[in-house]
Design a binder for this molecule. Structure first.
Ligand code: AMP
Length: 330
């Protein structure tokens, strides 16, 4: 059965390997099987206060990067979030039934409070509500996201359920997380711990030049080497193996894991190989990004078509939601 799938990526910077393996790789596969809506989350990006120039440049790059990764705008609906005014209307309505206590308890909010105490804005607090609006506006059943987004998706399910319960309807389906491998992937960063992320400053971007990739990988955190045969790798090394698992040939990974187990591994060699494999993986995508981002006419037509298709679905939902809530015409 064809399901409705929705997912977006914040336009706060360039797309990185975490975005690709955690999300976009699945988008590309899913677009041929389901009714897919993919968007550039440019309202979400405002929580970091971009300048007007940066805002536009970032929307443009994420859009070009989506296309370069293989999202086909003739197959999926690919749009820019701020082209769909029905989303903030639903966000406002959902905010009335979202409680400050539950929003304050989300891990992503608590993380932000810790990391940027000087900018704890209300947009950050209600981020999961906007995310819920993004998803349920198309009455989606499936959301291909990485492991880091599990809790936000749980909130989206809760808001959908709460709306249905409050108005005694069965209008919004409860969206489920989706990954082809049946296991949500987490791509680690190069700084020894945690995930790869734009705001973590530890990402390898799909657009990065060869020498930038080499520099980033060669600086990756390691440890002082295995102390005894067959020991479990420490976190920084396990992270490098995880990256190798997605970009390298299986034999390459086996080779380095074996030499780790035998205590003969040289981290310099491991990093060199990893850098070359990332470069090889990124090269065709990077080439397409450069080509697409130089083509204004193409980007304009993609955005226009995407906005039309997304608004058609969003306005149908909003019409129903207004009726359910009790707005009537005079
Ligand atoms: P963001 O860049 O935080 O807007 O995330 C956009 C999408 O990429 C979401 O579906 C995330 O789950 C996914 N994603 C971002 N970083 C990672 C990562 N390090 N590992 C796996 N998935 C990720």
């Amino acid at each position: 059965m064809k399901e409705t799938v929705v997912s977006g990526i914040r336009s706060t910077g360039n797309l990185h390997l975490g975005n690709y393996f955690g999300a976009i790789r699945n988008f590309v596969k899913m677009q041929h099987q389901h009714n897919c809506y993919f968007f550039v989350a440019d309202w979400h990006s405002l929580t970091t206060h971009p300048t007007p120039e940066n805002l536009h440049t970032n929307i443009r790059s994420v859009l070009s990067e989506y296309l370069a990764c293989g999202i086909d705008p003739d197959v999926a609906t690919l749009y820019v979030q701020s082209d769909v005014p029905e989303i903030p209307e639903l966000y406002l309505l959902l905010n009335m039934n979202a409680y400050v206590g539950e929003l304050e308890r989300t891990t992503s909010f608590k993380d932000k409070v810790r990391k940027q105490p000087e900018n704890v804005n209300a947009g950050l607090l209600t981020y999961p509500v906007l995310m819920a609006a993004d998803i349920i506006i198309h009455r989606a059943n499936k959301v291909p996201v990485g492991k880091d987004q599990e809790q936000n998706l749980e909130m989206a399910r809760k808001f959908a359920r709460r709306f249905n319960h409050m108005y005694k309807v069965d209008f919004f389906p409860e969206p489920k997380a989706f990954s082809f491998s049946n296991e949500l992937i987490k791509i680690p960063g190069l700084d020894g711990s945690g995930k790869m992320g734009k705001s973590e400053g530890n990402a390898i971007n799909l657009i990065d030049e060869e020498k930038v990739i080499r520099k980033k990988v060669m600086r990756a955190v390691t440890d002082s080497g295995p102390q005894e045969p067959d020991q479990e790798p420490t976190e920084p090394i396990a992270n490098l193996f995880s990256l190798m698992e997605v970009v390298s040939e299986p034999e390459t990974l086996t080779h380095f894991k074996d030499s780790y187990a035998k205590c003969s591994i040289r981290y310099g060699d491991l990093k060199k190989q990893l850098a070359e494999d990332i470069i090889k993986f990124n090269a065709p995508i990077r080439e397409r990004i450069l080509e697409i981002s130089a083509n204004d006419d193409y980007l304009r037509s993609v955005v226009k078509k995407g906005a039309e298709k997304a608004r058609e679905s969003a306005s149908a939902s909003i019409r129903e939601v207004r009726k359910i809530i009790g707005y009537k015409s005079f």
